[in-house]
Ligand binder design. Sequence first.
Ligand code: ZN
Length: 121
Amino acid sequence: MPLPAAAVQAALTKGGGRCWYCGLPLVAASADFTIDHVIPRNRGGTDLSGNLVPACRTCNTLKGTGTIEELREKLAARAGRVQPPPGLIAVARRDGRRETPRRMEPRDLYEFHFERAGLKP
Ligand SMILES: [Zn+2]
């Protein structure tokens, strides 16, 4: 069943007109604009607004019926980044602050648009 137009518009607005994952600017009527279920329907995700985010067709296709963390690994691989060996220590810079050395997390490999922008679904 297609989503109501109001739910689609609300999702696009929530993302600031950009793909929730890669940040690509989206136009409502374009072929590249899709609605993603953050928790896939086949894993119990609903059509409620808290589970709906705007996504470009590329990110939505890559994510498929996977989770956000599975998509992160795929996008990191596309960006030419590889999974760090276990135990590797990273010193990351975020917001101009130097962080203390710590284990490298998947988020160091690929940070989503919604994380950079501080958006909540
Ligand atoms: Zn995208």
